[in-house]
Design a protein around this ligand. Structure first.
Ligand code: GLP
Length: 248
């Protein structure tokens, strides 16, 4: 894994947006994997500003989001559909038919999982997957203990994840208990991964990730085995790993 340390959240967001925009320019039909959460919001803001200023085109880009809550309507302000629409899609020239987010409303959720995997494969796989990390090491919504071999599947959210995401809801009991997420294998099949890490809340996660120990108890640790992963982390997130000798 290649690590780029930057000063702060703004710098991380700017660098990551630049990274993505460069990929889109060099491959206009990029299959781009997207993430939600607080971390990538600044990236989307920078992509939006670049689009306005430099007219980078997303006309031929196809996007695949990592995950979605089960049971929230698309128009629910907390659905990842709304998040993506408000933070990115409505600001750039991408047709919504080229954006893919697993549906947490399909009555046949197993069929939805299979179909989502098929769509990714049919598109030729994900070229670049943007990732955040949960403080418990989750990627997408793959909680600790998830087998590394999983494809898109349904998960029960860990209490720590519900607590972490409760800030977006009125009450913690409004946070859905389940989600549909790309599996760890799905994520690992991406040709390239860009992981963003910012802030104090992720310091312990960085230590675990960079210890090099690969374990299903810390899902992100599998990224140590991905051949083309770049981490952009800010100084605060890197605070505890400063003195670790990371060799990879
Ligand atoms: C959420 C999302 C993940 C995200 C993570 C971290 O639950 N499902 O895709 O990476 O948790 O979120 P944040 O960036 O807000 O810390």
């Amino acid at each position: 894994m290649k690590i780029i340390t930057v000063e702060n959240y703004q710098e991380m967001s700017r660098k990551a947006a630049e990274y993505i925009v460069d990929k889109v320019i060099s491959k206009p039909d990029l299959n781009l994997g997207l993430a939600t959460g607080g971390t990538p919001k600044g990236v989307y803001k920078n992509i939006k500003e670049d689009h306005k200023k430099n007219h980078t085109s997303y006309e031929h880009v196809t996007t695949f989001n990592l995950d979605e809550y089960i049971g929230l309507k698309q128009e629910d302000p907390n659905s990842y559909y709304q998040y993506m629409y408000e933070n990115l899609f409505k600001h750039i020239n991408i047709s919504l038919t080229q954006t893919n987010i697993p549906s947490g409303l399909n009555e046949n959720i197993q069929a939805e999982c299979t179909e989502y995997e098929r769509k990714i494969v049919d598109a030729g796989g994900i070229d670049l997957q943007l990732l955040g990390i949960g403080s418990n090491g989750h990627i997408g919504f793959n909680e600790p203990g998830t087998p590394f071999t999983t494809k898109t599947h349904v998960v029960d959210l860990a209490l720590s994840t519900k607590k972490a995401n409760a800030r977006y809801f009125d009450k913690i009991n409004e946070v859905p208990s389940q989600a549909i997420t790309m599996g760890i294998q799905t994520i690992m099949n991406s040709k390239e991964i860009l992981l963003l890490v910012s802030g104090k809340a992720k310091q312990d996660a960085m230590v675990k990730l960079l210890s090099g120990v690969v374990t299903e108890n810390f899902p992100a640790s599998i990224l140590n085995q991905h051949h083309n992963t770049t981490i952009i982390a800010d100084e605060e997130a890197m605070e505890l790993v400063k003195n670790m000798s990371y060799v990879r």
